[in-house]
Write a protein that binds this ligand. Structure first.
Ligand SMILES: [Zn+2]
Length: 334
């Protein structure tokens, strides 16, 4: 059974669909107007933070470090940072070994067109392989996180989060940008100041099981005492999620990024525009949890009127490309 309004399946533990057929998220949804008002508040808060940062004459050559997957949302975010906010952007791509070759082409064209410095970080694939295999066999992420993304995705995003934070601290970059859609990240997480206690807690939660299951080599990708001690609380960067507080319109996003030379990849599933691992990660998740890991994100976009309910139900039923899934399994040694 699915929520009659937003399409959320009853198999998602927090959905709690009532007798009238509505999920808890739809029952608690205060409407688009309320959301837009709150978004405006976040938007002006971000502007205030930028102004305050300018006033202190930031010594770093960059204002913002943008996590750039090459997908449609992070491409659009990059454009906003550069052209709407006129920021000095450093883009970073995390290569987990399964980035679509089309995405790499897009990345090259877009950063060249935007005139942005760009780095790629690619961890040793043997370690990544162990991390992904461990994530399939042991679901150590919090249940709430597993409602939003598959175990593999959570591990990958966790690595991105800490590697990006580490580089931002090392380069003294005051802001980190992510291109999560409003469905992927709730509005409350649109602007987030990193605090020592918060970083330590979230790093331990992720690093401890990973280190036990995979080995001490994973420590390379996390903050060490040096990062934690060197940076006083005041100097930890902010995480910014511009798409959570700016207007999100898929059609306009596609239109704009195509002007930047971005082309739709021919090899990814309908829920990703950069990652070849995604279909397999979804398949594993659905078998274990009986709901699609994109359900919550898509349902939020339906509630906000970005996508249609039927369109989402179709998208979530579409199976991944069997050949790509097979290639992924081989590459992971499964
Ligand atoms: Zn609903």
């Amino acid at each position: 059974m699915n929520c009659r309004n937003c399409s959320l399946p009853s198999t998602l533990p927090s959905a709690r669909i009532d007798k009238s057929g509505l999920c808890i998220y739809c029952r608690e949804f205060k409407g688009k107007e309320d959301l837009d008002r709150k978004r405006k508040e976040y938007e002006s808060r971000f502007q205030q933070l930028l102004d305050a940062c300018k006033a202190t004459h930031n010594q770093s050559p960059y204002d913002i470090l943008a996590a750039y997957s090459g997908g449609k949302d992070s491409t659009f975010t990059l454009d906003l940072l550069k052209n709407r906010y006129s920021l000095r952007v450093l883009a970073i791509t995390f290569d987990h070994g399964f980035v679509s070759p089309y995405a790499f082409e897009n990345i090259r064209r877009v950063v060249e067109k935007l005139g942005i410095d760009h780095i790629t970080f690619k961890p040793d694939f043997k370690t990544l392989q162990k991390i992904f295999r461990f994530s399939i066999e042991n679901e150590f992420h919090p249940p709430k996180a597993l409602e939003r993304a598959s175990s593999i995705c959570n591990s990958c995003m966790g690595l991105v989060k800490f590697i990006t934070l580490k580089i931002a601290i090392e380069k003294e970059i005051p802001f980190i940008a992510y291109g999560w859609s409003p469905g992927q990240a709730p509005l409350q997480s649109a602007i987030l100041k990193n605090h020592l206690s918060f970083i330590k807690k979230s790093q331990n939660l992720f690093l401890q099981p990973l280190e036990q299951g995979v080995g001490s080599e994973v420590r390379t990708y996390f903050l060490d005492e040096h990062h934690l001690n060197q940076s006083k609380n005041a100097n930890f960067p902010y995480n910014i999620n511009p798409l959570a507080f700016l207007q999100y319109n898929e059609e306009k996003i596609y239109q704009r990024i195509q002007e930047l030379g971005w082309e739709p990849p021919k090899d990814t599933d309908p829920n990703s525009t950069n990652c070849l691992l995604n279909s397999f990660a979804n398949q594993v998740h659905i078998r274990k949890h009986h709901f699609h890991p994109y359900s919550l994100e898509m349902a939020e976009l339906v509630r906000e009127g970005v996508l249609g309910r039927e369109d989402v139900l179709c998208r979530l039923l579409e199976p991944g490309n069997p050949q790509i899934i097979q290639d992924v399994k081989v590459k992971l040694g499964l």
